[in-house]
Design a binder for this molecule. Structure first.
Ligand code: CS2
Length: 484
């Protein structure tokens, strides 16, 4: 058997593979993207690829990995090219993306990273680094001084390694060189992500250079965005299927669903790609879209990841194949939907039906344990914020309490294997706790996670304890059956 050749800019693709409809080398770099995981490759890079084909411009992307060299090793030997495989029950399609110019690994090439961030042509720095990487305290919106990257970068601001440090140092250098700042485009699942990052960056700069902080506050644009495309981590099967479809070995391949959505605030003082030509929606205020997606999609995702995980479901599709669990997913979405502001352009019932169908996509193997990761970072905006609003309106908090009880039972069950930036704190809190009351009390005491008004509500606490008790006594499946 001969090995398939590695994908490269010279590759001849099989006839049914979609290839770039433009010549990438004729386009310069305009974007630096921090966090080059599967999600960026399946989402923003695809929009940029289509915008380049439709409208041109110097908007190719230099990707930056903040930690490991994996993405550079996957993509650089392929001149940045990779395949996006879209899976649905109707079949699988493959498309080669050429929007990425090259990949840098920050710990290995710190000078090069700052150099490209301060290049004249760089007009946008976008980010998908996951919630935990920012080092911003959600309650104060200032820097979290206990965050390791924040601490390290404040000690040596001119040699940064973390998100806030890199953004501030690059902006400082641009200002010193008389260059216009870049637009900062946060694409992580955080509420009002642009505002949050703006506040974090300004506060970081204020720690050592108040003048710089004022300049950033006054001149740098941080549009908020809502991003959506379900993208499971690539597996051996992804790579094998891509080779079968394209005839090439592609170590940078990703697989994803057909659905894709990007809603962006149109505040790009130094320009942007024609992403609308690829289907992005530009609006004045992203917040209602963001709330809808965070609460209905991500909230239900987190709930089903914990409860489904406890019930032994490996994949989201397994949860949806169980009628009792699927009914709870629908119940959760309805409860989240009830907290949302009216959005004239969106029919929320249709959105919910579409979400349920997306979750049920049997062609996608989306692991519940992938979604379950980093719960303490995800719960506040996905579940606790709508729970508190529901409580304050004297609505039924049961669906949210059920989701939180699921997370608590999951933390107990995961033990030393818990994958969460606060795992040590959670384990320490849980160590002396035995009963549902004690476990719930110990975890509600995580002040960075639970809003005080929820922690102090007897109605809420009682609802969580009741559900947690059933889960601990009888397991996730039984707990799901007693819920209505
Ligand atoms: C998921 C998201 O892993 C998770 O926490 O809820 O990654 C989700 O798949 C995406 O936000 C969908 O756009």
């Amino acid at each position: 058997m001969t090995l398939a050749p590695r994908l490269s800019s010279h590759s001849q693709m099989n006839a049914d593979v979609q290839v770039p409809a433009y010549d990438p080398v004729r386009h310069g770099v305009g974007i630096v993207h921090l966090g080059l995981g599967a999600f960026h490759r399946a989402h923003q890079a695809v929009y940029t690829d289509a915008a380049l084909a439709a409208a041109g411009g110097d908007w190719r992307i230099v990707g930056v990995s903040l930690r490991s060299a994996t993405a550079a090793e996957q993509l650089n030997p392929q001149q940045g090219r990779y395949t996006v495989m879209v899976r649905s029950t109707a079949g699988t399609t493959a498309r080669v993306i050429a929007a990425i110019d090259r990949v840098l690994t920050a710990p290995q090439s710190p000078a090069e990273v700052l150099k490209v961030m301060t290049a004249v042509g760089t007009r946008i720095v976008s980010l998908t680094v996951t919630e935990k990487a920012y080092g911003i305290d959600r309650a104060t919106q200032g820097v979290d001084l206990s965050h390791p990257a924040v601490r390290a970068d404040l000690a040596a601001p001119e040699a940064p390694t973390g998100v806030l440090g890199l953004l501030v140092e690059a902006l400082r250098r641009r200002r010193a060189a008389g260059l216009a700042p870049f637009t900062v485009l946060c694409c992580d699942n955080l509420p009002e992500n642009g505002v949050l990052l703006h506040n974090g960056v300004v506060d970081f700069a204020r720690q050592f250079d108040p003048d710089l902080a004022d300049w950033i506050g006054q001149t740098v644009s941080f549009p908020s965005t809502m991003v959506d495309r379900i993208t499971p981590a690539a597996t051996a099967r992804t790579y094998a299927d891509v080779t079968a479809l394209t005839g090439h070995q592609d170590l940078g391949a990703v697989e994803t669903e057909p659905f894709s959505q990007w809603v962006i605030e149109d505040r790009f003082p130094t320009g942007r790609p024609a992403w609308e030509r690829a289907g992005a929606i530009f609006v004045a205020d992203v917040q209602p879209y963001e709330l809808m997606k965070l609460r209905m999609l991500n909230g239900a995702h987190s709930m089903l990841a914990y409860v489904g995980g406890l019930a032994g479901c490996t994949y989201v599709r397994d949860v949806m194949a169980d009628p009792a669990l699927a009914a709870l997913v629908d119940r959760h979405m309805r409860a989240a939907q009830a907290t949302l502001p009216h959005l004239p352009a969106v029919d929320l019932d249709h959105y919910r039906a579409e979400l349920l169908a997306r979750f049920a996509n049997t062609a996608i193997a989306h692991r519940t344990d992938q979604i379950a990761m980093d719960g303490s970072e995800k719960l506040p905006q996905r579940i606790l914020a709508p729970a508190l609003e529901t409580l304050q309106l004297q609505g039924d908090v049961a669906p949210f309490a059920f989701a939180v009880a699921g997370w608590m039972a999951f933390c107990v069950q995961a033990g030393p294997g818990l994958d969460d930036p606060r795992a040590a704190e959670i384990r320490a809190a849980l160590a002396p706790a035995q009963t549902a009351v004690q476990i719930s009390a110990a975890l509600h005491d995580l002040h960075a996670v639970f809003p005080g008004k929820l922690r102090d509500s007897q109605v809420w606490r009682k609802a969580v304890v009741e559900k947690l008790d059933v889960m601990l006594q009888q397991g996730g499946v039984a707990a799901a059956k007693v819920e209505k």
